[in-house]
Design a protein around this ligand. Structure first.
Ligand code: HEC
Ligand code: HEC
Length: 174
């Protein structure tokens, strides 16, 4: 009896059983690391730019003065920028996923186009790769020799696998 119980318990809790096609299974936690959300929060009304006052009032044209190529490692340094209306920290899995869909104007696109754009964004966008530990030599790197510590862990290959499983599974927001 005890063994049966243990087996059932293992089956229920084992990650093997988790549905990779659900956003909540792997991606939600990864989308919520600080490396991603701090940037998405940049213009957050309640934060006055960033959490620290020094970023207040910095214009878009100024970003690359500090987040320059040698810092971000971006092929096109001007791609370091922030924008409101994206998913932010504190959202649950469903909200995070739905905000992502909105940012991509999913409602107005065929699934085929959406899938293509989602895959491209999540596996190639320099900002996303910057937020994944080890994805580029400059991932997590900030001006003044600082480093964002809360990056997506587990490596870029696992990330791409998990993104693909979710996209191929129909991009379910659950
Ligand atoms: C340097 C700031 C920055 C970082 C770091 C960043 N993002 Fe973004 N993100 C943006 C901006 C700006 C946009 C909107 C413009 C765009 O679509 O490229 C965006 C848009 C998105 C979108 C919506 C898709 C779209 O094309 O609009 C998703 C999904 C996303 N980011 C995920 C992430 C994830 C996951 C990470 C971390 C692994 C991350 N971002 C890191 C700035 C950033
Ligand atoms: C005068 C230099 C300077 C300018 C201009 C600047 N930054 Fe920064 N930024 C920094 C420094 C330094 C840090 C490291 C954080 C710290 O100081 O603790 C940082 C950190 C950040 C972070 C936090 C990243 C993380 O994951 O922890 C974001 C997001 C960010 N900057 C976005 C921007 C955006 C967007 C712009 C342009 C609108 C910009 N910065 C302009 C110097 C600058």
């Amino acid at each position: 009896m005890k063994t049966i119980f243990a087996v059932v318990f293992l089956l229920i809790t084992s990650p093997v059983c988790a549905d990779d096609s659900n956003f909540s299974t792997h991606l939600f936690a990864k989308f919520q690391v600080k490396a991603c959300t701090t940037c998405h929060y940049y213009f957050g009304a309640n934060r006055d730019g960033l959490a620290f006052n020094s970023h207040k009032g910095r214009s878009v044209e100024m970003c690359v003065v500090c987040h320059q190529q040698s810092v971000s490692g971006f092929e096109h340094p001007e791609e370091w920028f922030a924008q409101s209306g994206l998913y932010t920290s504190g959202m649950d899995a469903k909200e995070t996923c739905e905000a992502t869909m909105n940012a991509l104007h999913a409602k107005f696109k065929s699934k085929t186009l959406l899938k293509k754009q989602m895959e491209k964004h999540l596996s190639e966008d320099p900002r996303v790769l910057w937020g994944i530990e080890g994805a580029t030599p400059k991932s997590g790197s900030l001006p003044s020799g600082k480093k964002e510590a809360d990056l997506v862990k587990g490596g870029v290959n696992l990330w791409k696998e998990q993104v693909k499983a979710w996209i191929d599974g129909g991009m379910k927001c659950q």
